[in-house]
Design a protein. Structure first.
Length: 202
């Protein structure tokens, strides 16, 4: 069931008052003016029943930013990634950013002290990621201060030239694509977790 903005806000506030889980998300859905409630089941209230519905709920004009915020939440809360991620920032929040957004969407500090650059691509499942889609990200993240790169995308399709370019990189580029994300119900919360290897290289 997809909810209107007004109704989802009313439900969000009611649920937030009942526990800390949704309070943790307040900055995501509303403080930034982003209307995007996570694909979750909380206290028996179904907001979105499928991850695909969650993605389709994004505003076409702001879906890129919405997906970036989702990726930040995911890397912080996923049972496996959360064991690796120490701190994570959207690019505009990153204290050591060297300019405006030029392809790097997020940065996180690994618990082993490595710094990872992340690109989040919110594409339809039928669209393919091309080499030109990745060029700026690869160029900007090819700095001594960045140790590894991660591509998170809502499609499984990556063009041949894009794959070849990533394979030729001296610095690792890992991928986490649509098929790696599977919604499962756990303790009344619709978590999004992966079902394959956590970090796959091209």
């Amino acid at each position: 069931m997809l909810l209107s903005k007004g109704k989802s806000l009313k439900i969000f506030r009611a649920l937030r008052a009942r526990g800390p889980f949704l309070a943790h998300f307040s900055w995501f859905s509303f403080a930034r003016g982003v209307e995007c409630v996570f694909s979750i089941l909380v206290f028996g209230v179904e907001l979105f029943s499928k991850f695909s519905q969650f993605l389709n709920s994004f505003d076409p004009e702001t879906k890129g930013k919405q997906f970036e915020v989702f990726v930040k939440w995911f890397l912080k809360n996923d049972p496996e990634w959360s064991t690796q991620v120490d701190q994570i920032w959207l690019w505009d929040e990153y204290p050591e950013r060297w300019g405006p957004d030029c392809g790097i969407d997020l940065v996180f500090k690994h618990k082993n002290s490595e710094v990872w650059a992340v690109q989040a691509k919110c594409y339809s499942q039928e669209n393919s990621i091309t080499k030109s889609d990745l060029d700026t990200f690869l160029s900007e993240s090819n700095r001594s201060t960045i140790n590894k790169r991660l591509l998170v995308a809502s499609t499984d399709l990556i063009g041949t030239n894009a794959k070849r370019t990533c394979e030729s990189q001296e610095k690792d580029v890992f991928q986490f694509l649509y098929s790696d994300l599977t919604p499962v119900r756990h303790d009344k919360v619709y978590y999004v977790i992966y079902t394959k290897d956590k970090r796959k290289r091209y």
